[in-house]
Write a protein that binds this ligand. Structure first.
Ligand code: F3S
Length: 398
């Protein structure tokens, strides 16, 4: 470590600064102490050319010899030059021109592997356990960690999460505290069939805002883990939910059940009519006759989820350029499995980007994009389709 980064008594100046910053940040939210932090997931994974202040901080951390004390992963990469259309490849390269610099910095700060870029860090080895205190910032990963895994994290701002990972401590407030993990809404799902997780999540998020919902009525369908992932991501985007409980399905609800519901809770009943209305809002009143692009996998897909798509597509083939997105490690595993041939036969390509960063490129607006993701539909011009309507409208028999 260079001398300029050391105090007279031999301490690392940057580490001291970082500690003071985190403590001050915590105090703003009423934190009285710091807690040991077990995992870090960094949200700003795009090397945007304009992010000078973030780069300056990351360089200072690296130059001071600091690294994360806990597993570090990062959100998906913005670019997939092999698969981008021509204009987006050129403009994307310009917009995200500091990507390599960012990846090198993150590697030096302790990224668990050079390909650890995904919004589903829990599928690639950065999977906290029940009760672990962690510092994540990506909203879909935060709600998954809190709800499905029963770990504890706030929806941190970018940089705060990596400071916590380096210090190995994070301030105790918000969703780290028992009292803030109690549900302030009881959501009763009263539909005759299993609702689309993205539509249900969007409706709940839009209704409860940043509160904590406790959902009942889903138990009978035994939702898959990846359906809970998608459900949560929609709540986190259409609202600002950081934690949900679902009877018999999520970590704390399995332990504590309805004791998690506060006496003064509000009430939401979900029926088919409300879901239909929500779906109309998500499709933005548009019908795309034939999209230029179909995007599936925001948040990134799990291996099991990709396999379920293989089964659903059976003898059908997309007649539109279609991408399924997953962590690089999951994509490699799929490429070494029988599912890969079946995906190719179904006209599906695999990639590991964040599609939202693709839609940030101004020329991408000329493309009609269809997606099964409630999150992507919320943040971009992509139009939402349920999985069954997507298959019905844009596949043909092989
Ligand atoms: Fe993940 Fe990007 Fe969607 S971070 S949740 S793929 S917007």
């Amino acid at each position: 470590m260079a001398e300029k980064y050391m105090t007279n008594d031999g301490k690392n100046k940057t580490m001291e600064k970082l500690k003071t910053t985190l403590e001050a940040y915590g105090k703003t939210y009423g934190a009285n102490r710091m807690l040991p932090c077990k995992s870090c997931h960094f949200v700003t994974s795009c090397g945007l050319r304009f992010l000078d202040s973030m780069f300056s901080i990351l360089h200072q951390l690296v130059d001071s010899g600091l690294t994360c004390k806990v597993p570090l992963t990062a959100n998906p990469r913005p670019l997939d030059t092999r698969n981008y259309p021509f204009m987006e490849r050129i403009l994307g390269g310009f917009l995200y021109s500091r990507q390599r610099e960012l990846e090198n910095l993150l590697l030096r700060l302790g990224l668990i592997d050079p390909d650890a870029f995904t919004c589903t860090p829990y599928y690639i080895g950065n999977k906290p356990s029940y009760g672990d205190i962690i510092a994540w910032a990506e909203s879909s990963a935060v709600i998954y960690a809190n709800s499905v895994l029963g770990a504890r994290t706030n929806r941190n701002s970018s940089i705060i999460e990596i400071f916590s990972g380096i210090l190995g401590e994070t301030p105790e407030f918000g969703l780290l505290l028992d009292e803030n993990r109690k549900a302030t809404w009881l959501v009763e799902v009263k539909t005759p069939s299993k609702p689309d997780p993205f539509i249900l999540g969007s409706l709940i998020g839009k209704t409860v805002g940043e509160d904590v919902p406790y959902i009942v009525g889903l138990e009978k369908w035994e939702l898959k883990e990846y359906e809970l992932k998608d459900l949560g991501s929609a709540m986190a985007s259409w609202g600002a939910v950081g934690l949900f409980h679902a009877g018999e399905l999520t970590a704390e609800a399995r332990e504590e059940g309805p004791r998690l519901i506060r006496d003064d809770h509000k009430h939401l009943v979900v029926d088919d009519a409300k879901l239909k209305k929500m779906e109309q809002e998500m499709t933005k009143g548009q019908t795309i006759e034939k999209p230029d692009l179909i995007v599936i996998g925001c948040p990134h897909l799990s291996r099991e989820q990709i396999h379920s798509w293989v089964t659903k597509l059976e003898d059908r083939r997309f007649n539109v350029r279609t991408f399924m997105l997953a962590a690089p490690r999951i994509v490699s595993e799929i490429k070494n499995s029988k599912d890969y041939d079946r995906l190719k036969e179904a006209g599906v390509r695999l990639s590991s980007i964040c599609p939202l960063m693709f839609t940030n490129i101004p020329t991408s607006r000329r493309l009609n994009i269809a997606t099964t993701s409630g999150k992507l539909a919320y943040y971009s011009h992509a139009v939402f389709f349920r999985e069954d309507t997507l298959i019905e409208n844009f596949t043909v028999k092989r």
